[in-house]
Design a binder for this molecule. Structure first.
Ligand code: GDP
Length: 197
């Protein structure tokens, strides 16, 4: 898919405020600092699309980008920021659950997982919650350029094994790097294919 247009549409505090034009959408989410803003910028082909250094845990909004006038890329607030208050965490949980369970146009979530570190329970927990809510998801392994191929493969094996403790099959997965653009074509092709159905 060629990205002809990528436009910021708006930020919303609740699912009920989100666009109502029934375009298909794809939600990107992951642990804070996983590389989500960098990935969104890389996919959109714009350096400043999602601010790369927003204060983690502060902006709890659903950020909408319209791509080619055809579909929405939704940048969801990340999870797992240690310094967040209990109240804010509860608010985050409610907002995300509400969004995920009510958003009929959501085609798939993309769960971003840092390929540089061992499996994180919080990521596995989030995938399990998606499963309970019956939300289809794919995994995007981020920052893959930081590791040698063998180290990368051994991390990915450990993460896949952790997922397979709860799931019978692995979800679709994409190995990405915001620095090199790795994974961009594949992720966009996947979205194009889902949109076509
Ligand atoms: P967010 O909090 O999930 O939005 O994460 P950011 O996009 O702000 O990235 C967090 C940090 O990881 C920043 O220092 C980025 O420069 C770095 N980073 C993000 N993506 C990549 C990547 O693909 N490769 C490398 N080497 N660093 C990355």
């Amino acid at each position: 898919m060629v990205i002809k247009y990528a436009d910021f549409i708006g930020s919303y505090a609740k699912e009920t405020q989100c666009p109502r034009d029934n375009k298909p959408e794809y939600a990107f989410i992951g642990r804070s600092n996983v590389g989500k803003s960098s990935l969104v910028n890389m996919l959109c082909g714009r350096k400043d699309m999602a601010r790369t250094s927003r204060t983690p845990g502060k902006t709890q909004l659903l950020n909408y980008f319209m791509i080619n006038g055809e579909w929405y890329l939704v940048d969801l607030p990340g999870y797992g920021y240690a310094k967040i208050s209990k109240k804010k965490r509860k608010e985050w949980e409610r907002m995300i659950r509400d969004y995920l369970t009510h958003r009929a146009t959501l085609q798939s979530a993309f769960v971003l997982v840092d390929s540089n570190i061992p499996p994180q329970q919080i990521d596995i927990d989030f995938m399990n919650q998606l499963g309970e809510m019956q939300i289809p998801f794919a995994i995007v392994y981020t920052k893959s350029d930081r590791l040698k191929p063998q180290e990368l493969e051994s991390n990915l094996q450990a993460i896949r094994a952790a997922i397979l403790e709860h799931w019978e099959e692995l979800p679709p997965e994409f190995i990405s790097s915001a620095n090199t653009g790795l994974g961009r074509e594949e992720i966009l092709a996947y979205i194009e294919q889902v949109n076509a159905h």
